[in-house]
Design a protein around this ligand. Structure first.
Ligand SMILES: Cc1cc2nc3c(=O)[nH]c(=O)nc-3n(C[C@H](O)[C@H](O)[C@H](O)COP(=O)(O)OP(=O)(O)OC[C@H]3O[C@@H](n4cnc5c(N)ncnc54)[C@H](O)[C@@H]3O)c2cc1C
Length: 454
């Protein structure tokens, strides 16, 4: 962008105006740190400027500024969203990564700044004999994961990350700092738990953590030609397994000699009891095609990982959906489609605490699901549109066995994506909550719920 570009001039003026009201840093194009703070996740490009908040009052100022100046605002915590909505070149990015405090309160309550990342949270809680179920990755942020769900290594035992939320500190579109909980602003509290960044900017989350010392975790490797019998065996084991046993089925194609193809069941038994862990895992070791396993006692933090970035540029066509019943018919179709697609197939077992939350208790739908099925097909960057259509057509064969989609794994924010993320009743209630808390749709750079008055 050249200095004569009108956008640069507007950005610099706007950034300067906000700077005077801000404790944190405001970075305009050309400032040291702007480039690294504004990594362009979106093809739309970089934001006009970046406001790095340090305090809830900074967030208030940023929101007031966005409203008064009519400048689009996007919000980022850990910066891991798959979407392309969180960079508005004609607007600014409110970067919350610096608000990353981790405080252990009394009675297992834990207060987290939205910018904390789950690896740091797990490490800090370990020293108190506590843990929170989150996701599988260290560098994912508390903010985005929690507001969208949070399917982690203890989902069967403790539900989603958002199911363990007891209170949130929120700056509303009106620029007020409020507490949302079952007792205050309860409709806002409902909407935040699944409705994403539509309803305000959350600055702090208070969770109820769970006592945990160590877990037993690692992969079991299989060699099978046909995934279907193995998937059936895995499903049957999981249907009667204790809820401490959380597993993910993972089939990965070869990515070159260093990364051969693999078929694994990834295990996390969320308890330190070795005999109980072995008893729960043993049926998985006996499934068809089982080769070897590397399940060990470890700290929960060591179960979380960071994926290696792909070396070759590839176009990823990702799909996901919830399976209410992981039936034999569903398995047969999934196995066949996977054989043809040849990409990554990941299936997360959900049965347990996830199902015991009623459909209207949070804004996260599809509580009757048994599994979350995720597929990522890889195409060369120059693949024609017909290749993407081929993937979509194949995936459509799986669709009759699935309902909805997990928004945190969706890269889309169009009507198709939003419709998949929420059952109709949840969507309607979210639209009414949006009208109540953000009638002007100030928070629109997200998987957006349009406000609807009732
Ligand atoms: C490598 C990788 C592994 C993953 N593994 C898992 C997993 O195991 N389980 C799982 O459930 N998910 C997983 N995810 C998905 C993850 O939950 C989402 O990408 C999530 O949005 C990331 O949160 P973030 O804070 O890092 O992202 P951000 O990009 O910072 O936030 C995502 C969106 O949330 C909103 N938002 C964020 N913070 C706030 C806030 N404080 N107030 C208001 N709105 C806000 C904004 O709209 C923002 O665009 C994974 C993602 C990646 C990239």
């Amino acid at each position: 962008m050249s200095i004569d570009d009108p956008l640069t001039a507007i950005s610099s003026r706007a950034a300067h105006a906000l700077k005077g009201r801000f404790v944190g840093t405001v970075l305009a194009p050309g400032d040291d740190g702007y480039d690294s703070a504004s990594v362009p996740l979106s093809p739309a490009g970089r934001p006009g400027f970046v406001a790095r908040a340090e305090t809830p009052t900074d967030v208030v100022e940023a929101i007031r500024f966005a409203r008064e100046e009519r400048v689009p605002i996007s919000v980022r915590s850990g910066g891991h969203s798959a979407g392309q909505w969180d960079t508005a070149p004609d607007g600014f990015l409110l970067d919350l990564s610096g608000m990353n405090t981790i405080e252990v309160l009394s009675d297992g309550l834990v207060r987290l700044g939205t910018g904390a990342v789950w690896g740091d949270v797990a490490r800090a809680l370990k020293n108190h004999g506590l843990a929170l179920t989150s996701g599988d990755t260290t560098s994912v942020g508390v903010g985005g994961l929690t507001l969208g769900g949070g399917i982690g290594w203890m989902v069967r035992k403790y539900g989603l990350a958002l199911d363990n939320l007891v209170q949130a500190e929120v700056v509303t579109a009106a620029g007020e700092i409020v507490t949302a909980s079952p007792f205050e602003q309860s409709e806002l509290f409902w909407a935040l738990r699944g409705g994403g960044g539509n309803f305000g900017v959350v600055t702090h989350f208070t969770f109820r953590a769970h006592p945990l010392t160590t877990v037993h975790a690692g992969p079991i490797n299989y060699h099978v030609e046909d995934l279907a019998p193995l998937l059936r065996g895995w499903r049957d084991v999981m249907r009667s397994a204790p809820e401490e046993l959380n597993t993910t089925f993972l089939a990965v194609p070869s990515f070159g000699p260093e990364m051969p193809a693999s078929t694994q069941i990834l295990v996390c038994f969320a308890d330190s009891d070795e005999a109980a862990a072995e008893a729960a895992v043993e049926p998985l070791r006996r499934l068809l095609g089982a080769r070897d396993a590397d399940i060990r006692e470890k700290d929960y933090v060591d179960v979380l990982e960071d994926p290696k970035p792909a070396e070759a540029p590839l176009t990823i066509v990702a799909n996901n959906g919830f399976a209410p019943d992981f039936s034999d018919d569903a398995i047969d179709v999934i196995a066949r489609v996977q054989r043809e697609l040849g990409g990554v197939l990941m299936i997360r077992s959900l049965r347990g605490a996830f199902n015991r939350v009623s459909a209207d208790e949070t804004a996260f739908g599809f509580r009757d699901s048994e599994m979350l099925v995720i597929s990522a097909a890889f195409l060369p960057p120059d693949a024609p549109a017909s290749a993407t259509d081929w993937v979509r057509t194949l995936w459509a064969e799986v669709s009759p066995f699935l309902t909805g989609s997990y928004g945190n794994f969706l890269s889309g924010s169009d009507e198709h994506a939003i419709a998949a993320m929420f059952p109709p009743a949840t969507r309607a209630r979210l639209a009414a909550a949006k009208h109540r808390y953000d009638p002007q749709n100030l928070f629109s750079q997200n998987q957006n719920i349009a406000p609807v008055s009732t």
